[in-house]
Design a protein around this ligand. Sequence first.
Ligand SMILES: [Zn+2]
Length: 464
Amino acid sequence: MDLLIADALVVTCNDARHMLEHSAIAVRGNRIAAVGPTAELERDFPKFERFASRGLAVLPGFINAHTHTALTMLRGTVEDWDGSAVYAYMSPVSYAMTGKERAVMTTLGCLEAIRSGCTTLVDPFRHVLSYGKAMAATGLRLWLSESCADINTLNIRKGDYTVDAAFGQVFLDRTAALIETMHGSHGGRVQCQIAAHAPDNCSPAMLARLRELALRHGLTRTVHLSQGMDEQRAVRAAYGLTPAEYLDREGFLGPDLVGAHWTFCSPSDIDLLATRGVQMAHCPANSSRRGPHQALIGRIRDAGVNIALGTDNMTEDMFHALKIGLIVHRGGRGRAVELGVDPQPQAMLDGITRNAARSVGAATEIGSIEVGKKADLTFIDLNTPAMRPLIGLVSNLVHYGHPGIVHSVMTDGVFLMRDRKVLTLDEDALLREAQVVTQRVWERMIADNPDIPPPPGGLRWLDA
Ligand SMILES: [Zn+2]
């Protein structure tokens, strides 16, 4: 599509963070052909369809740097559970779902992502080939990966950390098939990563295989890092090291690696990770469910680590990440009143745009509004109560933004949502189907795994 977005307030997120009033963006095919004053571009691109954007802000499409859309299945159940949900619920549920059921729940996550202004998701999970095409059909840009482990994650909740090479080989085979089938597909809109699930469930042999795979295919890598106390204890028991030290011993740290969470990283872990150039996917909203996230975020920022923001589990709402991220990052430096208010809101916006693009090795393609980059754009309705008065737009977005202010979303030059109507899927049918699937999977999972407790609020299927 050739489109002229006219008379918008353009928040470029370029190096100079230019904000351009009454400006236009010419989109030719899937790329940005020009950015400049509306009158000038109307003269230069007279045949382009005009998309009147007065009253709209246009931003680089939001990039969720770490999420698991399939886990929308667990929404409203495990958030308030007092235990390690990763092994108690998340791993079992990934097996309890059929491929079709995973496709429904990941599509629900994609729908929520689009409605919250996302154009790109970075989504490591399991059995990805069973739903990857359904996710791609939503039109989102995707980085997909099979979250690999060679310690059976279904047994860890029973305290069993035995290395199981056959279990691990299944993941390696799935990773190879995923790369073969989906990497670079959909006109390059779908890419793959290499994912080690976590330091406590990947043996040195698995880490070596994954490093080789990444090198062979030229892919970026991701891992959950220092997410929970049980991970700290297990890695200490097995290797006498912290998770960061263990990954370093195995040569797994590097600038192409994104670690999610860093919750229990010590000051020396942070120095080590920064020295190796490791990047961070920070999921401040999810990580703050048991109180404000206690990662040493001030030290991480001071060390110059590239920080991208994600949502992690049970939500795709990037405004949560912006808002709670600002609180957590300011709190990570102690009392703001004594130390100054740092960071400023633009740093959070960078975390879901340019920093997140860099985290997947795509800084030259997405993450800012600049000529030659992919046309991934998020349109914000400025004529909404939360955006007025209009003085500090980025401040408004970070402090008060919510999915209701998102007007339109474009990925790869194609509108996924236009004037609040999602164009790439049947929203009503999907919501109904997701409810049916969720009930079916929960009942199956509890029946097949009698040791899994029902969630703290019980399972009451509300009719609406
Ligand atoms: Zn995660």
